[in-house]
Design a protein around this ligand. Sequence first.
Ligand SMILES: Cc1cc2nc3c(=O)[nH]c(=O)nc-3n(C[C@H](O)[C@H](O)[C@H](O)COP(=O)(O)OP(=O)(O)OC[C@H]3O[C@@H](n4cnc5c(N)ncnc54)[C@H](O)[C@@H]3O)c2cc1C
Length: 394
Amino acid sequence: MATAAVLENQIRTIDPDEERAFMDAIDRWLEREVIPVIQHHDHNDLWPEKLVEQMAEMGLFGATIGQEYGGLGLPATTYAKIVMRISSYWMAITGIFNSHLIMAAAVERFGTPEQKMKWLPKFATGEIRGGLALTEPNAGTDLQAIRTVAKRDGDDYVLNGTKTWISNALNGQCFAMLAKTDPGADPRYKGMSLFIADKRDGLTTGKKFEKLGYKAIDSAELVMEDYRIPADQLIGGIEGQGFFQATGGLELGRINVAARGVGLAEGSLRLATEYAQQRETMGKPIAQHQAIQLKLGEMATRARAARLLTLDASEAYDSGERCDMEAGMAKYFASEAAVENSQEAMRVFGGYSYSKEYDIERFYRDSMLMCIGEGTNEMQRMIIAKQHLKANPV
Ligand SMILES: Cc1cc2nc3c(=O)[nH]c(=O)nc-3n(C[C@H](O)[C@H](O)[C@H](O)COP(=O)(O)OP(=O)(O)OC[C@H]3O[C@@H](n4cnc5c(N)ncnc54)[C@H](O)[C@@H]3O)c2cc1C
């Protein structure tokens, strides 16, 4: 049963010393390698090749992949803390391994034993990196409206269609690709299947999108024209499971976006707190004006609440409980906290917030994406409300 597969996460517990050592390594990497190059890569929208190599060396491309496949098999709680920490300096680079890990999770949870043995070790080392290819020009929220079709032809499938907004499209080599194997199915989700789509003839990448934020990581179209892949790249080997497989990973996906939101909210707070104690008006640091204190008080509370909600959802996930509502609440709250804290920090910085010399403008540009990805916050609230009403019938 697919539901059982979701709950069978091969998550290990982690010793607190081991977690601390890992977090220390992340801190050293941020300080020595990442922080000095953020502005250069963000302002010029440059792929951070050297950092990607270092991420692979640290095992980040296998962070949540089971140890039996060469991954670190980290619990969601540790993984969330890593994402929070990195995102409190530069959210965009977490997308390079996050989207990849969601692809890997689809194979690990729903793939055949042969698929796991073939693909997961290469995903874990970062030898093959990639992402998740669901969205199409006409279908984002309404995933069941996708038009990509996969037709069985002997021992192969032949895919035709266009995916858009795909993270890691240019620099990745492989994608979890959602397509319709039965376009006439009713209900529509029963005709959907998920494939391991590696780059080969018939799969081309469009131009890199120019974006407001989330720079350095590439987002682009993937175009399939008579793109032929072996039938054994259908995840799980059975048609019609794709919608569940693609959305079944959303708990971890939402925890991941929530963790990015926490990082952005905390980073914005950190920058505003430092600046408010250095900038003086009317003969004293602006941190001593009540108007600024109100902002800092609200920002600190929001960041902490977002962190606690995210850790609560991660702990539920690690214990094997169903946690889609907790993960949805964390994603919704933390992403809104990221937007609000970055906006408030902009006000604390006054005119300097508008200068590219300061980091806060990046937090402002990057934060809005958290409200859109992994299910928009409009949908998130509707899903939370439905579950809430179901649990509280009159
Ligand atoms: C930088 C970036 C990176 C991305 N990376 C990826 C990726 O790696 N892989 C991938 O597959 N996709 C990716 N996406 C796409 C993203 O997942 C979609 O943009 C998102 O799902 C929203 O879909 P949409 O843009 O088509 O908006 P729409 O679905 O058109 O929604 C527009 C608005 O209508 C609202 N809405 C829609 N339906 C309803 C409803 N039934 N009830 C109430 N409100 C509704 C939405 O909440 C939203 O406010 C990325 C997007 C961006 C911007």
